[in-house]
Design a protein around this ligand. Structure first.
Ligand SMILES: Nc1ncnc2c1ncn2[C@@H]1O[C@H](COP(=O)(O)OP(=O)(O)OP(=O)(O)O)[C@@H](O)[C@H]1O
Ligand SMILES: [Mg+2]
Length: 554
């Protein structure tokens, strides 16, 4: 016979024996009963058996369940949403108190994910489950169960809610669900649009206040980027805001280049000319229809070709790239100025020769060792590929700007020397900005993408800083893409109005980005939890930052 049946029988026999013993010896003799070893042994055995049988039957679990169910029962509320009555119960998801030393290692998000996976397999069509994550004022999740009052009985509703609560707690051993007390007004509304604030990948150990779900106002946009995470709601930016510049941040592999290529493609379709300075050679695959320049087909540039290109700008650019000292920069600037006065077909090699004369050093009172160091640096840059790419035979800034109509990918990765790659990229930026500042062409809008922008914007780059403020009026939108925002000049970050932030792991980078976007520390914590292609978007058409999933470029 199964112990399940045996236990109550033994229990009943025990009771019977005790009662008959009491009857035989009378209540007054109770002390004898207790001290009599035989009776003592029998009653101990009986009580142990009884306890064992209760345990076997799971009675104390049942008692716990009854208490839990009663608690839930008291937490079930009836709410009225647009004339329909719902049973409703809500729980805060909180971390259990833990004594585990490696609390840091507990992956609450993974446990939450397991619980959500289990819930999504839940078959009931009547009782609905919603997971709501609030980002404000503290990030944290709540789980809500609700059902139309007409569809289920109250007892079915709370039995099922209880079952689901057990499922969740079973899947997520370090999480617990705490009933939300609805006694205080105002009542928690049912989320009308479950999802606008959903980000189930993140939960907090802290309790949070459940507040009304806001309908997020995404405003008008003409460049669609993807949808709000957790919803089907499309989201995008306005092409007119592109002139207020864009910054795309994210760690390696987080989806920056995909996002940047998507924007480039859409803006090209809207009539923008697009120039991408492709540091790693990644864009040609994303944008095969764009003009491609690499290796032999890279445009040859002539920074000394016109008087409008200020000698000091060229000297500064070369100075930045070669990390020249101030006296070396001065010598270079004077050299370029003299060189520009000469109306010859001379080339950079000739510039080097001009600087490397005793007359030149004497004229400007420059020490010999300054000249020597400068000449060594310049010779290194202007031999080999450098000599080919930067030459008097090349395009002036006007010619280049004319050439770069339509969509263009300039594959800088085909320039193996990093200093030359930087200088060449900076020259192109400089050429384009000079062209737009001077000619202010009414018929052109240009979108300029600086991939790995820290290569151009590392030091205080006066040219770009100035340009960022001025060029918006003249139809140039700049997009800076980088994995290390800390190395970008804060002035530049301040001048970008659209920010698309993919997952970032480094705390320092997270802080810089959060500061530049005015994110609360709570929201800053979300930045490293984003999946590939997900990003926090801030743009003038959106009132509040939103977590979006960017479309893949097709
Ligand atoms: N929105 C997206 N949806 C789906 N997959 C994406 C999305 N964005 C990127 N991916 C995929 O993720 C991978 C990395 O994307 P991407 O190259 O854009 O990252 P990245 O941030 O530019 O990385 P890196 O710093 O290494 O250049 C690619 O395989 C890409 O196809
Ligand atoms: Mg990339």
């Amino acid at each position: 016979m199964k112990t399940k049946y045996l236990a109550p029988i033994v229990f009943l026999i025990g009771i019977y024996l005790i009662l008959s013993a009491l009857d035989n010896i009378g209540i007054v003799k109770i002390s004898i009963l207790i001290i009599n070893p035989l009776y003592l042994a029998i009653s101990t055995l009986i009580f142990a058996t009884a306890f064992f049988s209760l345990e076997k039957l799971g009675v104390h679990n049942k008692i716990k369940q009854i208490i839990a169910r009663e608690t839930i029962k008291n937490s079930v509320h009836i709410v009225n949403v647009e004339g329909v009555e719902y049973y409703f119960v809500g729980f805060r998801v909180i971390g259990k108190e833990t004594t585990e030393e490696d609390e840091e290692d507990i992956d609450y998000s993974a446990e939450m994910q397991n619980a959500i996976n289990a819930l999504s397999k839940h078959q009931s069509r009547k009782v609905k489950v919603a997971v709501v994550t609030l980002l404000d004022p503290e990030p944290g999740s709540a789980i809500l169960f609700f059902a139309k009052k007409d569809d289920v009985s109250l007892s079915r509703f709370y039995n099922e809610a209880l079952y689901l609560k057990h499922v969740i707690e079973g899947m997520a051993p370090h999480l617990t669900l705490e009933e939300v007390n609805l006694k205080t007004k105002p009542m928690i509304p049912l989320p009308q649009l479950v999802g606008t604030v959903v980000y189930a990948g993140y939960i907090s150990q802290k309790k949070f206040e459940v507040v009304a779900d806001e309908q997020i106002d995404v405003g008008e946009f003409d460049i669609e980027l993807g949808h709000i995470v957790g919803t089907n709601k499309s989201i995008g930016i306005r092409s007119s805001d592109v002139f207020r510049h864009i910054a795309i941040f994210g760690a390696t592999g987080s989806g920056k280049t995909n996002t940047s290529a998507l924007l480039a493609k859409k803006l090209y379709e809207k009539g923008f000319d697009v120039v991408i300075l492709d540091w790693h050679g990644e864009y040609h695959n994303y944008l095969p229809n764009f003009n491609y320049y690499g290796n032999e087909s890279l445009p040859v540039l002539n920074p000394l070709g016109s008087k409008e290109m200020r000698a000091i700008n060229v000297a500064d650019m070369i100075g930045d790239v070669l990390k020249l000292t101030d006296p070396q920069r001065f010598a270079l600037q004077k050299g370029i100025e003299e060189f520009l006065l000469k109306d010859s077909n001379a080339d950079f090699k000739d510039l080097i020769n001009l600087i490397n004369t005793p007359d030149f050093a004497e004229k400007y009172d420059i020490q010999k060792n300054v000249i020597l160091a400068l000449v060594r640096n310049l010779s290194y840059l202007f031999t080999g590929m450098g000599e080919k790419l930067i030459s008097k035979k090349g395009l002036s800034y006007k010619d280049l700007a004319e050439k770069l109509r339509g969509g263009n990918v300039i594959d800088l990765a085909t320039i193996s020397d990093l200093r030359l790659r930087r200088l060449y990229g900076m020259l192109i930026v400089q050429f384009i900005l000079e062209y737009f500042l001077e000619f202010r062409p009414k018929d052109r809008k240009l979108y300029l993408v600086l991939e790995e922008a820290q290569n151009y914007l590392r030091e205080e780059n006066i040219i770009i800083e100035r340009a960022l403020q001025e060029i918006r009026k003249f139809g140039v939108g700049l997009c800076i893409v980088t994995q290390s925002p800390t190395t970008i000049d804060p002035e530049v970050l301040k001048n970008t109005n659209i920010k698309i932030v993919h997952s970032i792991k480094s705390n320092q980078d997270k802080r810089v980005v959060a500061d530049s976007m005015g994110l609360t520390s709570a929201k800053e914590k979300i930045i490293d939890k984003l999946d590939v292609g997900e990003a926090i978007l801030v743009a003038p058409n959106i009132k509040k930052e939103i977590i979006v999933k960017i479309d893949k470029v097709t």
